[in-house]
Design a protein around this ligand. Sequence first.
Ligand code: UDP
Length: 465
Amino acid sequence: MEQKPHIAILASPGMGHLIPLVEFAKLLVHHHDLHITCIIPVLGSPSKAMKAVLQALPTTIDHVFLPPMILEEEIKGLKFEVQTILTLTRSLPPLRDVLISTRFSAFVVDPFGIDALDIAKELNISPYIFFHANAFTLSLVFHLTKLDETISCEYRDLPEPLKLPGCIPIHGRDLMEPVQDRTSESHKMILHSAKQFRLAEGIIINTFMELEGSAIKALLDEEAKNLPLYPVGPIQSGLSNQVEESDCLRWLDNQPHGCVLFVCFGSGGTLSYDQTNELALGLELSGQKFLWVVRTPNNESADATYHSDQTLDNNTLAFLPKGFVERTKWQGLVVPSWVPQAQVLSHGSTGGFLSHCGWNSILESIMQGIPLIAWPLYAEQKMNAVLLAEDVKVALRPKTNKNGLIDREEIAKVVKRLMVGEGGKKVRNRMKDIKIAAEKALSADGSSTMALSELASQWTNHPGF
Ligand code: UDP
């Protein structure tokens, strides 16, 4: 019997990375004759959401958990990305065993697992990177070494915006979080990763030509000879995993068409106590319908929920302003912890999305044509917010006051503008155009479909196979 090329895909802990990788794997097995094994490193123990995604995998995709890593107490206080990279680095020996155990044609890694590319090289397996963010961020990664060599101050202190080829100019303070403190461990790690990117034989990127054409072309012009880029997005995440019945979907069924603002900060986003209070009062003040996924506030870290498998229930919402839930019963629904986001966004009652600007959330919003309020929190989200608000023009961005908070009046203003104002109309129309462009990219002869086919044929014709 003829064997299919077998591709190993290394995920990283964290839903925002796992979901698109899994969906990418599904695309490969649905449209191309490949055999896929997803390899999952684990920090602590797999979260419920993670297990649910993996249990829903089609039988044509295998998955293997690597032995769970328990990090020392002092490491647990470090940033999520540092913990993730450490988890992956320490998972390299068991990963090596998995890669040796089967004859793989190609090995795809998440950027957090970039050091695993060395093992692939050593074992003569073609190494690829699945870049979960956009071309704007990838461009920064490629230019980081040069920026580091030529700029001596912190990027946020630069007087002028930076101009990455093919990208919108961006102020240093809006660059991704790990480069904000150049003395930090995160910065050291990202510089190291940026150099490792050159080991790959290709980079798969979850974006599409019609959205980021000039950034992609600029990257191709500079890198293409050595490093092909495959823009295969938007990879639609979540819809097929989340078929469960849910109270929030039933609630949406009873709301008017396009009138609900969905408020969600991804799988890890967390606000401070004061900011949570302002958001609640701002939503109330706006008078607009809302569906808000709330998390226990945290004053220390904007990605605190990443670190915990938080399961809140309605009885533990005491941190919300007194009487808020009762007063807004007609207006909104507060859901603790988690909702099936892709389904919420595809529901006819949803008309706007206040988002932390995680790249998956943005792509999910694009696929449903839902305009955004950009409220970036961590990682590369400020870059995404700049891209959305200033370049693609599908988002409104609220202003922060002198205390570093977005206050209730500003929230109410921007929510009303998005849902019923003139500014909202413009971004809504623009988002409709982008949705159509995304559908075109994914159509039978669209740019993303072609890029995926090119990649698959690269693997199918691999000389080692
Ligand atoms: N998500 C979800 N329900 C939630 C919160 C998040 O289904 O309540 C999903 C969301 O649809 C997206 C992913 O989790 O696919 C979050 O990824 P994103 O890149 O937006 O943000 P991250 O969590 O990585 O910061």
